[in-house]
Design a protein around this ligand. Structure first.
Ligand SMILES: *Cc1c(COP(=O)(O)O)cnc(C)c1O
Length: 268
């Protein structure tokens, strides 16, 4: 069982190699710009898979579906440790470390004990039973990535924990969304109730002007603002490590750009 969002496409393709996949909810009708209502999960499902933060689209699930006896599996790669979630709501959480935790090459998996070892004859690489039995040291782990992750986890503690980090993230994202909502030049394509705190797509509505914005932004040191190729426009990624000063600087540049090419912003 999957909810279909662009961020889930690859997960769906992989699952299809092994089992039947049913997509029970999708926002494809509006270009993935919202989180669809998730209906009851069919009783014979092995699990429901969601992506808590859709990195490309800039949508996020804050209230996770309560699937009762059916395990909820989540790809949390782009908002793990940036928003508070109740781990006990999930059967399994997985996340690449590279966005909020540390260098690429490390993957975090949090899996409920009773879900481990249910599949026989898996290659050791894919078998959480083997990993669990060997304290995640069955193979040589990526030691440097784990060391950096430790430092980042300690840093999160010094910030006051995930709840405090979420508060900072809400402040950062809130600033930019507020700006986008009163801007006459830039706008957010994502419906308000499901806007991501970490990935914020925005656009002018004119592809040529978007390209110009990206070019001039890069000249001023605002890099990696290009939206995903599937979506276009711009995208600001405000991961945990990104400071609020960066958001303020971006908004100042957006004002400057609007003045230069659109005669200025009309803030309502
Ligand atoms: C970044 C990310 C991944 C991992 O992407 P790779 O570049 O393939 O390692 C997976 N899922 C989500 C939701 C992501 O944001």
């Amino acid at each position: 069982m999957f909810t279909r969002d662009r961020g889930q496409k690859k997960a769906i393709e992989e699952a299809e190699k092994l089992t039947d996949v049913e997509i029970i909810a999708s926002s494809v009708d509006k270009n993935f710009s919202y989180i669809p209502e998730i209906p009851d999960v069919p009783k014979d499902s092995a699990y429901l898979h969601i992506t808590t933060n859709n990195t490309i689209e800039g949508t996020a699930i804050f209230d996770v579906p309560q699937t009762k006896e059916i395990p909820l599996v989540a790809d949390m790669s782009s908002n793990i440790l940036s928003s508070v979630y109740k781990v006990s709501d999930f059967g399994l959480i997985y996340a690449g470390a590279q966005k909020n935790i540390g260098p690429a090459g490390l993957t975090i998996v949090i899996v409920r004990d009773d879900l481990i070892g249910q599949v026989e004859k898996l290659p050791a690489m894919l078998d959480y039973a083997v990993q669990a039995k060997n304290d995640s040291l069955y193979n040589t782990p990526p030691t440097f990535a784990i060391y950096v992750a430790k430092l980042v986890l300690e840093w999160i503690k010094t910030q006051g924990g995930v709840a405090a980090v979420e508060k900072q993230n809400r402040a950062k994202a809130g600033l930019l969304y507020e700006y986008l909502d009163r801007s006459t030049v830039f706008s957010s394509p994502v419906e308000r109730f499901c806007r991501s705190l970490t990935n914020i797509p925005f656009q002018t509505g004119d592809a040529a002007l978007d390209r110009l914005f990206l070019e001039e932004a890069e000249g001023k040191g605002f890099v990696n603002l290009k939206g995903h190729r599937l979506v276009g426009g711009m995208r600001a990624s405000l991961y945990n490590a990104f400071p609020i000063e960066g958001v303020e600087a971006l908004m100042a540049f957006m004002d400057e750009f609007a003045l230069k090419y659109k005669g200025g912003e009309v803030h309502v």
